[in-house]
Design a protein around this ligand. Structure first.
Ligand code: C5P
Length: 422
């Protein structure tokens, strides 16, 4: 059953549309935002006006479009300082190399840059530009400056661009940007009508490490950040799935619009997964500890001078992925595991797929020099019943988006998001 859009308490997105060929996608973005019950007020730069017309923006938002810093009428109705604070979230889409540079430099020479300098509200940018412009040290330095100031970023994606070059620089797809807006908008997430290819499907995702207690103050853990699992959960939700995320202890904000079950140990993770059944899709991205301490001390183990250190006896943890993959009435239609390997990645992962009984394995190389474990990027090999597919190195958000696309295609073979992997 599809959820009706929830009232969103009059929350407003101030959308700044800059000049780039991807600007046409903002029209679809506006439709998704207003469909979720948000009010959208737009600001169009002079360059943006070359790509979309004020009339289209006005027709879709039902609101006046702001273009001119020095408009006497606009200033009379709502001064630019008031305008900069009139939205709950400012979104720059597409964010060109130029606006990013002007934001980083603190310029205020047109309405858009002035609003971005004057605002006291959170800012989200969706960059889109040629791959060389994106990779240029100047843009990367501006990006780092903006991030350090708390500006949030969605995309860009890797793919073929209007300039016929391929690489990072493509504007994130409107549903992905909409999802990021719902996530970063202060207050409760709007309930978006489930319309994507995974609408009506329930997805269970595990993420993060587990902590296995030794005594009340010590535990065994690993370096998993949980980022990849959280991104997968969001990407599945963006395609319309109802998502339950079972997460070990991580330092990540709870994703909006997703049911989050926080756990500490592998045994608790298994129990939470069992509770979440039935589901159509299970993605086990958690780095579950292989063992727990056989006899957890109920009080802090004391260090006694001269005495040998205590010996820890470890016993195996339940294998959640193997249990979810086991044949039975509650087996999800598609079960996906992750394999963190340090050598002969594809071979080990293919063997793991068979050993665990899951349908697909997302394998990655976690040798410390790859920087993948705990990092922002990932380079994966997708192992399915048909064979192994090497994906180029990309951000964990992109891996999640492409994986979600593949999952959607599994359920709806003629589904295409239009996103290509390389
Ligand atoms: O056996 P290994 O830890 O290499 O397997 C990795 C895959 O199995 C991951 O998908 C992980 O989430 C899952 N797993 C699990 N329960 C365990 C161990 C691993 O679900 N106890």
């Amino acid at each position: 059953m599809q959820a009706a859009p929830a009232p969103v308490g009059g929350r407003t997105v101030l959308l700044i549309v800059c000049g780039g060929i991807a600007a046409y996608k903002t029209l679809e973005l506006i439709r998704l935002l207003t469909g979720a019950g948000l009010r959208v007020r737009t600001v169009l730069t002079a360059a943006g006006k070359q790509f979309v017309t004020p009339l289209s923006l006005q027709a879709l938002t039902g609101e006046k479009v702001y273009e001119d810093l020095f408009s006497l009428t606009d200033e009379n109705e709502m001064g630019h300082i008031a305008l900069s604070r009139s939205g709950d979230l400012l979104v720059v889409c597409p964010a060109t190399a130029d606006i990013m540079a002007r934001m980083a430099a603190g310029l205020a020479d047109d309405l858009a840059s002035t609003l971005l300098l004057a605002t006291d509200k959170p800012v989200l940018i969706a960059p889109a530009m040629n791959v060389r412009m994106w990779d240029h040290p100047a843009t990367q330095a501006n990006l780092a400056t903006l991030r350090a100031r708390g500006v949030m970023v969605v995309g860009p994606e890797i793919g073929l661009m209007a300039c016929n070059e391929t690489g990072p620089g493509r504007l994130a797809e409107p549903p992905v940007i909409a999802e990021a807006i719902f996530h970063h908008l202060p207050g409760p997430a709007p309930v978006v009508p489930a319309t994507g290819p995974l609408a009506g499907r329930h997805a269970l995702v595990t993420a993060g490490p587990t902590h296995e207690p030794i005594d009340p103050v010590r535990y065994l853990a690993n370096r998993s950040s949980g980022r990849q699992g959280y991104e997968v959960a969001q990407a599945l939700a963006a395609l319309g799935a109802r998502v339950t995320l079972v997460s070990g202890p991580v330092d990540l904000p709870p994703p909006k619009g997703i049911t989050l079950r926080r756990v500490e140990t592998a045994r608790q993770m298994l129990a939470a997964c069992r509770d979440a059944l039935p589901c159509d899709i299970a993605v086990c991205a958690a780095a579950v500890a292989d063992w727990h301490v056989a006899a957890e001390a109920t009080s802090k183990i004391k260090k006694t001078a001269g005495a040998p250190p205590p010996a820890l006896t470890l016993v195996p943890n339940p294998d959640i992925l193997a249990e979810l993959s086991a044949p039975g009435a509650n087996r999800p239609a598609l079960v996906i595991g992750f394999a963190a390997e340090t050598d002969t990645v594809a071979q080990h992962a293919a063997a793991k797929r068979l050993a665990k009984g899951c349908d697909w394995i997302v394998a990655n190389d976690v040798r410390p020099e790859t920087g993948i474990m705990g990092g922002m990027e990932n380079e994966i090999v997708l192992i399915t019943g048909e064979g192994a597919e090497q994906w180029p190195r990309m951000g964990k958000q992109d891996v999640a988006t492409h994986l979600a696309d593949r999952i959607a295609t599994f359920f709806t073979p003629d589904f295409s998001s239009g996103r290509s992997i390389s």
